[in-house]
Design a protein around this ligand. Structure first.
Ligand SMILES: [Zn+2]
Length: 295
């Protein structure tokens, strides 16, 4: 089956049962409660190092995190930031210095990870993969807005038009990427990605270049910083960038997180893990994408 059709079909399932039928307001308030519980391990310290969780885990909790989400060492978990959109992440190797880049994986996101596989093992497996190792038709990369989550397509189109009107020369380089395509990017090396769990695979990230597309050029860099400042304050702050407007390893990446994708706390991940691992469970351990059925 085609990769896009396959991920579209998975919409029929829910990763977190409590999140399936509740309305936005109800799930939003409970998410805020969960985020408050995660305050002790959210965001980064003054040196830019993640505030990894510091609490004991029972054997049962360790087993759930390992089996459902590939987590070998729960003390390497943290929540990405302290906003409502913060999501639970796992660094197989912890970040020790501000400029040390390590791979980070968002729990519950779709990826090429096999059931029961640890992230450490997956990193090694992906490093050895060649294009011919991926199933035919699974390497999907698009530049089309039509391939994004239909929920965000109107806002993205409006933002791009408004960016042009505001004087920014913007060019969309990438929108949807299948999890296999994300793995290909990592297999290619060169630090082009530090994750296999991307919002590109949910159709909720866009790579946008500015001007001549080379942030090494002083003029382009100034324009790009201006665009990144502009887009992160656009409307209701829906658009996020990696790093800061003037400092990043990934200049083009812009994403629109969703409260429906990702765990706001370890407790939420544990509850979802227990549900998806239960005998005969219908719930999946990964959040389903909401993508167009065809492209
Ligand atoms: Zn990107």
């Amino acid at each position: 089956m085609h990769a896009v059709a396959r991920v579209a079909l998975s919409v029929a399932f829910c990763a977190v049962q409590s999140g399936c039928d509740t309305n936005a307001h109800a799930s939003g308030s409970s998410r805020s409660d969960a985020r408050a519980n995660a305050a002790g391990y959210s965001g980064t310290n003054s040196r830019g190092i993640p505030r990894y969780v510091n609490r004991p885990f029972t054997d049962e909790e360790r087993a759930i995190l390992r089996r459902a989400f590939g987590v070998v060492n729960p003390s390497h978990l943290y929540v990405s930031d302290s906003t409502d959109e913060g999501v639970l992440k796992y660094d197989p190797e912890i970040k020790r210095c501000p400029s040390c880049y390590v791979n980070s994986f968002r729990l519950g996101y779709i990826s090429v990870r096999n059931r029961g596989e640890s992230w450490d093992d997956l990193e090694l497996r992906v490093k050895r993969m060649r294009r011919s190792d991926f199933p035919p038709g699974s390497l999907v990369a698009s530049k089309s807005i039509d391939m994004l989550d239909p929920e965000i397509q109107p806002e993205v189109r409006q933002m791009l038009a408004d960016a042009g009107r505001a004087g920014f020369q913007v060019h969309v380089g990438s929108t949807y990427r299948s999890p296999e395509q994300e793995a290909m990017v990592m297999a290619g090396g060169g630090g082009r990605t530090h994750t296999l769990t991307s919002l590109h695979s949910y159709g909720r990230a866009i790579d946008i270049s500015v001007g001549d597309g080379n942030p090494g050029h002083q003029r382009t860099r100034a324009q790009w910083i201006g665009f990144r400042r502009w887009v992160t304050s656009y409307r209701r702050d829906d658009f996020r960038v990696i790093g800061a407007p003037d400092r990043t390893w990934d200049w083009p990446h812009v994403e629109l997180p969703s409260a429906r994708i990702g765990f706001p706390s370890i407790e939420r991940a544990l509850a979802a893990g227990r549900a998806c691992l239960a005998a005969g469970a219908q719930a999946r351990c990964e959040f389903p994408p909401h993508l167009p059925a065809t492209r």
